[in-house]
Structures are given as C-alpha cells and as structure tokens.
Design a protein around this ligand. Sequence first.
Ligand SMILES: Cc1cc2nc3c(=O)[nH]c(=O)nc-3n(C[C@H](O)[C@H](O)[C@H](O)COP(=O)(O)OP(=O)(O)OC[C@H]3O[C@@H](n4cnc5c(N)ncnc54)[C@H](O)[C@@H]3O)c2cc1C
Length: 442
Amino acid sequence: MVAIVWFRNDLRLADQPALAAAASSGPVLPVFVDDRQSPGVRAEGAAARWWRVRSLAALDADLARRGGRLLVLKGPAAPVLRALVQRVGATAIHATAQPEPWWGPIEAELGPSLVRHPGSWLHPPGAVVTAAGAPFRVFTPFARAHEGLGPPPRPRPAPARIAFAPPPEPAPPLPRFNPRWARGFAEAGWTPGEEGARRRLAEFLPRAAAYGRRRDFPAEPATSRLSPHLHFGEISAAAVWHAVVDAIGAQTAQPFTRQLIWRDFARELIRQHPDSAERPHRPAFARMAWTDVATEPGRSWLAAWRQGRTGYPLVDAGMRELWQTGWMHNRVRMVVGSFLVKHLGIDWREGERWFWDTLLDADLPNNAMGWQWVTGSGVDGQPFHRIFSPVLQAERFDALAYIRRFAPEYDGVAPVRPIVDHAEARARALARLAALREDAAP
Ligand SMILES: Cc1cc2nc3c(=O)[nH]c(=O)nc-3n(C[C@H](O)[C@H](O)[C@H](O)COP(=O)(O)OP(=O)(O)OC[C@H]3O[C@@H](n4cnc5c(N)ncnc54)[C@H](O)[C@@H]3O)c2cc1C
C-alpha cells in the first residue's frame, strides 16, 4: 500500500525519518504542497521563495536519480492531502514535525492518517523541560538541560532503496521564481539543495575549530552559513552536530553546538508563544510609543534603514549585504536590529517583516526570537537600555574590510551625514523606556 511522504522544511533524503518510515513500509509517493490558503499560514517572503523553488527542484532531481519524482500540488494542505489519499489509496501520510504554529490545525484535520516523526530539532519537541516537567523560559538553563540529555541521535543515511508509487497524474511543472534583484544570490555562492548543504558543511569543517574565537568578526568567513540549508531542512541539525563534533571534539565544538541549541530554544519558544512574531513576550512593550512610520521622519528613516542609507557604515553595510546576498552576519543582524528599534525608535515588527521578506534563511522561530532579543521584549534578551553603538561595534569586531566590501563609499567606521545623531538617539530611546516604566507604575 502506498505511503505518502509530505515534505515541508525537511527537503532531504538522508536522516529524514518520515521518508525512512514510508520507504520501509512499501511504495512511496513524495509530495510537497504549496499552501498559501490555509488559515494562519504566513506566506513565505520573496528571498525564501527563491530558495524554495530551487530546493524543490534539487529534491526532485535527487528523487529522479532513484526513479521517483516530487509531486508538487497547490492549495490548502489538509483537503489537498486528503483527496490525494483517496485517489492513490494511501495508508498513511508521513511527515516530520515542524515548528510553525499554523501546522497544528492542518495536522488535526488530517487525523490519524498522519504519522508525525521527529527530525527537525536536535531533541524532539518538548523533550527539554525543567525537573517539574515545565518548559524553560530562559536560555542558559535550557541549554544546560539540553546538554544533559546528551548528543542528538546519530544521523541515518538515506534509505538504500526506495520503491516509488506512480503519481496519480502527470506531475505539473515545478514552480519558478527569478526576480531580477535575486541575481546576487547565486553570485554569492548559494546552492540550494541537499548536495549544496553537504558541500557547505564540508567547507566549514576545517574552519570549525576557530568558530568560537572568530564568529563575531563579520569580515571573516568564520561561521557556517548553513542557516538557509537548516531552515529548509536540506541537512538535519543532528547531522551538522555530529559532523562538527566528530571533526574537532565536543569541547572545541561547544560554541558552535550552542548555536544549534539556540535554534531548538527558538522552536520551544514558538510552541509556548505561537504569536511570537506579532506580540512582545513582555506585555509592557505593547504600549511602547514607537516612531510613526506613516509620517515623517519615520517614513524616511525606515526607508533609509531598509536601503542601507543611514549614514552609519556598519548598519549600511549590513543592510546591503542582506539585499545583495540574502544573508547577513549574526553580529551585524544584532547591530542593525538594535539601530532600527533603539536609534530610530521603530517597532521591531517592521524589522521582523523586512527580514522575513529578504532573508534566504527567514525562519519564523529564529527571526521572532532574534527581534525580541534585540528589542529586549523577549523573555530572555538584551535589555532595552543597552544600546549598541554601531561605531564601537565596528571597531571592536574589525569591520572595516566588511564595510568596504558592502558599502564602499565609506572609508572608515565613523558616521557620515547620519540620519540621526547617536547621542540624541540614545537619549530619546532611554526617555521612551522611562515613559513606558512610568506608565507601568501603579
Ligand atoms: C534580529 C535577528 C534576526 C534573525 N533572524 C533569523 C532568521 O530568520 N533565520 C535564522 O536562521 N536565524 C536568524 N537569526 C539568528 C542568526 O543570526 C543566524 O541563524 C545566523 O547568523 C546564521 O548564520 P550561520 O548559518 O553562519 O550561523 P552559525 O553561527 O554557523 O550557526 C549555525 C546554525 O545555528 C543556528 N543559529 C545560530 N545562531 C542562532 C540564533 N541566534 N538563534 C537561533 N539559531 C541560531 C542557525 O541555524 C545557524 O545556521 C536572527 C538573529 C537576529 C539577531
């Protein structure tokens, strides 16, 4: 009997428990549903869409080499899959658990024919809890408990043999998406798909031992750049974990494996707060008097931030790296995020949405957590009163070569015709915070 494998952000053949389970039970029908209609689904941003269509094509090619095809269907996932089950007489739909909150109701509609597998987290969702069985709200104890569970399961290779069920209809052509602005993505060396993910990991391994010391220096290729591959599940987090630990040992790997634990933490946070991309975890922040972006100067400030024209070299270099390559270094994400929210006083949700549209690795849990972290509105993050100076950050992390690469009109780290003065902006941000506190006083 046919088993459907419902691919989502797990676009790989290796260490893919849903595929492994289906392949061991009989003929397999691999399916992706392009769902922009189910209630609550947040449409993918343009950069992620660019990646998605290429990743689907890569998965289709990998399946074709083994004699199968990826069936890409359009529409609300639950009715589309139920109809497919009927048409092919499938016994089950196998899928790996995913963190986005909109999947819950869709999965409930599929009922018992859906078999959910772990595989996208290092440890299964809900496995890392306090001694009392409650979820953690703060990262450090979460990470300690996570590490206490030991390493994630060793990754399993792709099934040696997969018998494919014939698709019920000729497969419609795969979607295409080639916006002009995205030409820089391919030039930046991104290769969506499982093979591209494996190559990126192999390139990182010789540099992994220096990660802990160099990861904050944006001019250096010190981080893995695996984030889009991990978001789309072209490689499992467990496979990355074990490859790095095997290469350099658990202790040297710890600064890196900690980041994969941050990824699990973001997934746990979104389970606790499904509206993390819209609602601050600290309720007081909902009353913050943000700069109005429908009128001046807010409108121009937001545009200048998006386009990398703020007059602060590190901020502008970061925003242009994002626009040109679809990715931005983590240290610079923190600096540009802090600048938007604190120097410009603009609501973090504007930043969250811009990143959502322009990042190749746009990931609901990581992006929401990142923005709440820089704002200080999260359960665990940088307090609002700690305001990064883009100049000191650029000096501290030797960002000049990075600035020259992405914003070559600057030839130093000091601001040139800045849209806001640092000291004034800082004073405004602190006043905004003080007003919020007064407002909260009884
Ligand atoms: C405002 C803001 C927004 C962000 N938005 C996203 C986003 O949409 N998608 C995204 O994947 N990451 C996001 N991050 C987290 C982080 O910046 C990126 O994961 C990282 O820069 C990706 O580069 P890398 O693959 O070289 O990371 P590495 O340093 O090599 O880390 C390896 C992997 O660990 C995970 N990871 C690393 N740092 C974090 C973190 N702080 N939180 C959660 N997971 C992490 C990622 O999956 C990453 O690929 C955001 C951070 C901030 C401050």
